[in-house]
Each structure stands twice: as C-alpha cells, then as structure tokens.
Design a protein around this ligand. Structure first.
Ligand code: DUC
Ligand code: ZN
Ligand code: ZN
Length: 478
C-alpha cells in the first residue's frame, strides 16, 4: 500500500478552508495534519512513499458529476463518449466520480436495461461510477422492478415529461412511479419540459421553413419548462415523493422550485454550465465557413439554451448562491458534428440533443469563483459535497476527512487552462462547445482512491481503475 502526503496546500471544504497536509494510506485519507506534516510534534513526511507539494494550491475533494450520458442511444445515433473516453476526460478535469443514467427503454425490462449499462461500464472506467435508472416505460413490471433497485445501489430514477414516443411518461405514469419513490426513498429525477406541446410547436416551425438549430430553443420555450416543473412539483406533493429536477435552465422554473421549497417541500434542482455561460442569442449568431448557421447545432441540448436578454443566466448564478438550486452537473451527452449533429441538417428536430462538458465542469465553475459569482467553498459544495450527499455517497466521497476515499484534486489558482479541441480537450468529440474559453485556474494533480491518475497534463491511470459505486439513499430525505 502506497502512502502519500499532500503537503503545503489549503484544504477547501463546503464549510471552510484550512492550511493542512493530507495523509493518504492506500485508497483512503487517514489524517489531516498541521502544516509541516506534524503529528504529536513529529514530522511524518520522511516516512511516506510520496509527497505531493501543494504549496499555494487548493486541495479539494474530487468532483462528482451526477448527470452524464456515456454511450446513450439518442436520435438515431449514440453519444460519442464511451465509458472509457468519457471518464478519462472527466479525470483530466478533476472529476473523480460520475453518476450515469442506465436506460430502460419502452418494452424492455428494467433489469435488462440496467444489466446492459453494467456491461458497457465494467472494466472500462478511469474513475468510480454509479448509475441512476431511466424508466422509459412505466408499467406494472417496471414499477415492481424499481422497488428492487435500492438493493442494487441504485437509489434514484429519472422520468421524462418530454420526448413523446421515446422516453416520455404521462401524468398517470409519473404519479405511479412517484408512489414508488415515496415508498422506497428513491429520489425521483425529472426532465421537466412539456414534450407534447413542444413537439407541436417544433412541427409548426419546421413547416414554416424555420429549420435552423436556433429554432430548437424557440420550440422549447421557457413556459414549457415552467409548466412541467410546476406539474412535477404538484405530483410530488400529492404523492410525497422527493423530487430532483435536472438541467434547470429557465428562471421561471427556479421560481417554481423556490416556491415549493419555501412551503417546505422536499424538492431540489441542478443546473449545468451551459445554462450559466451560453445563450440562445449566441446560438443564433453562430456561423462558420464549414457549417453556416448549422454551427449552432453544437449547442442543441434539452432543456435548451435560454435568452441572455431575459437574464436566465444571471438567475441561475443567483439561485446557486441562494441555494434555490443546489448542484451543478453537466448533462454530458456529446455528439460529433460530422455524422451525428449533421443528421439534423435542414431540420433541427433531428439534431441529437446534447453538449459535452464532463471535462470542464470543475474549471468552468471555478471561473465563477474568479468572477465573484460564488465563493470557493460554494464551488466545492456545488460540484462535490452536495452531489455526494444528494445521491448517497457522502462520507466516502465529497469530503476530505479521515476514512473518506482519497479522491483528491490539487487545484492551482495561479494556473491557466485554455479550453478547446487541440488544447485541454480529451472528450471524443470533433468540436468543443467551450472552444476559446480561458480559465484562471488549473487542475494539477488528481488522485482516485489514492492513485495519482493525472499529473500535470499527463494521464497516469488505466482503463478499469474505476469501480461501480453502490449508493445509499439521499441524505436529503425528510
Ligand atoms: N437532454 C440532452 O440534451 N441530451 C440527452 C437527453 C436530455 O434530456
Ligand atoms: Zn433530460
Ligand atoms: Zn440528461
């Protein structure tokens, strides 16, 4: 077993920061020591196998991205990152755990969908991974199968109020699934957009010749997100299910969440970097020699980018400060322009929905610290500690304390990161949604269960380092 000392750094948690050295034995953190590695007056640094100098740097718990879609079949193609490429990219960006979505499709048994996901991931991941379960067909069989999921370490499931004919659940199905959520304590995760209404608007736009990627966002109007969020909240209230709304992008949807939380309801929400930084106006203005206005397809995702003029992005940052939103995940769902996004040339409805960000979430959110949108502690809370608590991993993950897995990132606030293809990009994509972003900070060293897997820009890990995480129930259950 290797012993490692991370010395001279500032250990940052969700509640504060302290000058301390972190002692790792094998896969676990065993002690936080006074600067100078002093324990009972003795310097322990001479007795360890390896010392990592973190002087002038932050030492933080590894990032947890609780919303990814590796190899997701979608829109006639499949998300371009495998578990191998996607988790390696995540590691480069300081994320040491992901929670991906296993898929049960309509007509398929939940157990079979889950088994297929285990097969895709097992032996391929660079970092630890867990699963939520997408329920694409709520019926008597799937409802019964859902009750067994917590024993498998899967303590949350996702339903879709969007995508009729694909993943969609109607209100009756949602109600029944939420009753299982109430009975078992599993968290109901909701894609809250009114899919049937959106599909009508999208068809009308396409018939009127409005086929560019920009119209994806017009069809998916914020009213459709607000309405669905409200409906999900009311169904959750009726059933007593704990509710977590994914990829919130509209300020009106946040207002719904805040309203329900103010009334004491057990309701949570995440947003994603794209809803903090990118906008519908930029998507409209996007054009390139290669793709013309179809360049905007790079930012087609659902929920869609929102108008900067309407100040949705400002509202997301504010909600992160006020805790009306509790977490930031990526909804990492990458597609290449060539052969994938281009399936929607001439019809935005056929563009596979998704943006790839798993590698950049920690940096993009750190930029929020630099610009004064959030504090250093809140950065750690939003990207690691709350995801661990929300999804039943806390203690093992999400914190630097004795007994926790040694998933640790040494982050250099004086470093610099240029994002883009040919720069820091390791995701399996032929473009970056974040091309040209400059970050005042840098992921220097990443440890996953005590093993250094990233050192500088060098990857030292191996396929299969990552293990499946059996998760407990959310700590936010009341
Ligand atoms: N949204 C996306 O952008 N991609 C995959 C599924 C989803 O809900
Ligand atoms: Zn979704
Ligand atoms: Zn998603």
């Amino acid at each position: 077993m290797t012993t490692t000392l991370i010395s001279g750094g500032t250990v940052v948690s969700a509640t504060g920061r302290t000058e301390a050295d972190v002692l790792v034995d094998g896969e676990r953190i065993v002690a936080l020591l006074e600067p100078g590695s002093r324990l009972l007056g003795t310097d322990v640094s001479a007795g360890v196998d390896r010392v990592i100098d973190a002087t002038g740097k932050y030492v933080i718990p590894g990032g947890i991205d609780a919303h990814t879609h590796m190899q997701l079949p979608f829109g006639g193609t499949e998300a371009s990152d495998t578990f191998e490429t996607g988790t390696r990219a995540a590691a480069h960006g300081g994320t040491t755990s992901i929670i991906d979505f296993a898929v049960q499709r309509y007509g398929e048994r939940v157990q079979d969908g889950l088994a297929a996901w285990h097969e895709k991931a097992a032996g391929n991941c660079a970092i630890d991974y867990g699963f939520h379960q997408i329920i694409g067909g709520v019926d008597a069989d799937s409802l019964a199968a859902m009750r067994a999921l917590p024993d498998e370490g899967i303590t949350s499931f996702k339903l879709f109020m969007a995508y009729p004919g694909v993943f969609y659940s109607d209100d009756a199905q949602i109600l029944k699934a939420m009753q299982v959520s109430r009975d078992t304590g599993m968290l109901t995760m909701m894609h809250a957009e009114n899919g049937p209404a959106i599909d009508v608007l999208a068809e009308q736009l396409a018939e009127a010749g409005k086929t560019d990627p920009y119209y994806h966002g017009i069809a998916r109007a914020w009213e459709m997100e607000e309405e669905a969020t409200h409906r999900a909240i009311m169904l959750a209230k009726l059933t007593g299910a704990p509710l977590y709304v994914v990829h919130v992008s509209a300020k009106q949807a946040v207002e719904q969440l805040a309203w329900a939380r103010d009334k004491g309801q057990n309701v949570y929400g995440e947003t994603c970097p794209q809803y903090l930084y990118l906008s519908l106006e930029e998507q409209l203005g996007a054009s390139s020699d290669e793709w013309g206005a179809f360049e905007g397809a790079k930012w087609v995702c659902s929920t869609p980018l929102r108008s900067r003029e309407e100040r949705h992005q400002d509202a997301m940052w504010q909600a992160l400060r006020t805790n009306d939103l509790q977490m930031v995940s990526t909804d990492h769902c990458p597609f290449c322009m060539k052969d994938q996004k281009e399936l929607g040339l001439g019809d935005f409805r056929k563009i596979p929905n998704g943006i790839g960000s798993v590698e950049h979430r920690m940096d993009l959110m750190y930029q929020g610290v630099v610009t004064g949108e959030i504090t250093l502690e809140r950065w750690v809370e939003l990207t690691s500690t709350t995801p661990a608590r929300m999804f039943g991993l806390y203690g093992r993950k999400g914190v630097i304390q004795p007994g926790a897995d040694a998933d640790v990132v040494v982050y250099d606030p004086n470093g610099h990161t240029s994002i883009g293809v040919g720069k820091t990009h390791h995701m399996n994509m032929d473009h970056s949604a974040w091309e040209g972003y400059e970050i005042d900070g840098h992921v220097d060293t990443v440890l996953s269960r005590g093993k250094v897997i990233v050192d500088g820009d060098q990857y030292l890990g191996a396929k299969g380092d990552g293990r499946f995480l059996k998760r407990g129930l959310s700590q936010y259950l009341i």
